[in-house]
Design a protein around this ligand. Sequence first.
Ligand SMILES: Cc1cc2nc3c(=O)[nH]c(=O)nc-3n(C[C@H](O)[C@H](O)[C@H](O)COP(=O)(O)OP(=O)(O)OC[C@H]3O[C@@H](n4cnc5c(N)ncnc54)[C@H](O)[C@@H]3O)c2cc1C
Length: 394
Amino acid sequence: MANITIIGSGIIGLSSAYYLTKSGYEVTIIERGSGNDGCSFGNAGMIVPSHFIPLATPGMIEKGIRWMFNSESPFYVKPRLDWDLVSWGLKFYKAANKRKVDKAMPALRDISLLSKKLYQEIAKEPDFDFAFEEKGLMMLCKTQHSFEEEAEVAEIANKLGIEAKVLSISELHQIEDEVKPDVAGAVFYSGDTHCYPNAFVKQLKAYLQKKGIKFLYNSEVTGFEVEDGRIKKLKINHSLIHSFTHLVIATGSWSPILTKLLKIPSILLEARVAITPMADNLIRFGGTMEIGGINDEINMNRVRGIIKSVPQFFPDYPIEIPAKEKVWYGLRPCSPDGLPYIGRTQKFKNLTIASGHAMMGLSLAPATGKLVQEIIDNEKPSVDIGLYQPERYD
Ligand SMILES: Cc1cc2nc3c(=O)[nH]c(=O)nc-3n(C[C@H](O)[C@H](O)[C@H](O)COP(=O)(O)OP(=O)(O)OC[C@H]3O[C@@H](n4cnc5c(N)ncnc54)[C@H](O)[C@@H]3O)c2cc1C
């Protein structure tokens, strides 16, 4: 039986292992950490077909430049002289045009809808119970200007077959009748879902362990041995050599009262803050993105930006700035055009990449896992993966 090795035990690596195991492969997962933390655990838990517009859009460039001068802003590019950042920025700039965005939107819709369908299937399996809920997503707009912009997005969504309902303030207050957000209006995406990602990742891992998948933790892949255009062996922790038939790289780069009252997961649009009611009466506030390379420093200015935005939308529910050690952070693997990298490489015949999912890795995980299995099995992919070609920036 073919032996497949996956580097990275985040949600993308685990989802790939899930579908490859079902297809009969022997799978090994290599993870440099303990496999108990990372962005796949602490993310906002939203599964969002509503996010069919990639990050790289013409409007984002203008906003990004404005936000660069405010370290509390939701999308922060840490100004620094770094060739990787300059090169990433140039590619982002080139991708941020209407033609590319128009092409990307149906592709993102299709992969998101495939993922949602697969989540619905997994949620019915006896080994899984990860608080998967189909309650939709509320985009809360503080200003009239962003409400009008979001209403235009809703129109595009409906044309693409993604149901979006523009809600006046009185319609919104009928739904969120207890918290009554102080906003100009909202757009409700009824097809979005959410889950408790910590539980999903743990259950996927337990399922795979039960199926005999081997996990090598504290094992960093530090090098490759190449022969005849194929990656033959991996160096782990600089020495141990590990061989396989095919390789998949999936290394990706509070208030309890409010929990009870807020019925639907919401995004505070201008602040780019995601609020998700989770299982066990918890509420998760997530947000702000910093283009800052591999960086595990928590910038409390950015945390303040999240916290300060909440009472602007919910004046009756002020929340306190948490202690720095209580703040969770994660790295979102971002490609310049905002689309993931999924596919077999030209350079190495036995290498498949599954990465670059930015703020949608949870949403797109089952679809990515399924596509990885189809790519390795040389089957026709369930959705068109042309735009996800992993070597498009080589
Ligand atoms: C605050 C926040 C909120 C978010 N909210 C959402 C949301 O609501 N919905 C959504 O869809 N997405 C969300 N995301 C994005 C989502 O969490 C990520 O896209 C997703 O978790 C990426 O998964 P991954 O498996 O690609 O990467 P990871 O989870 O980062 O996994 C990669 C793994 O590879 C390992 N690794 C790396 N290099 C090596 C090596 N050389 N050898 C061995 N192992 C290695 C790492 O240790 C890591 O464990 C959010 C992210 C953040 C930060």
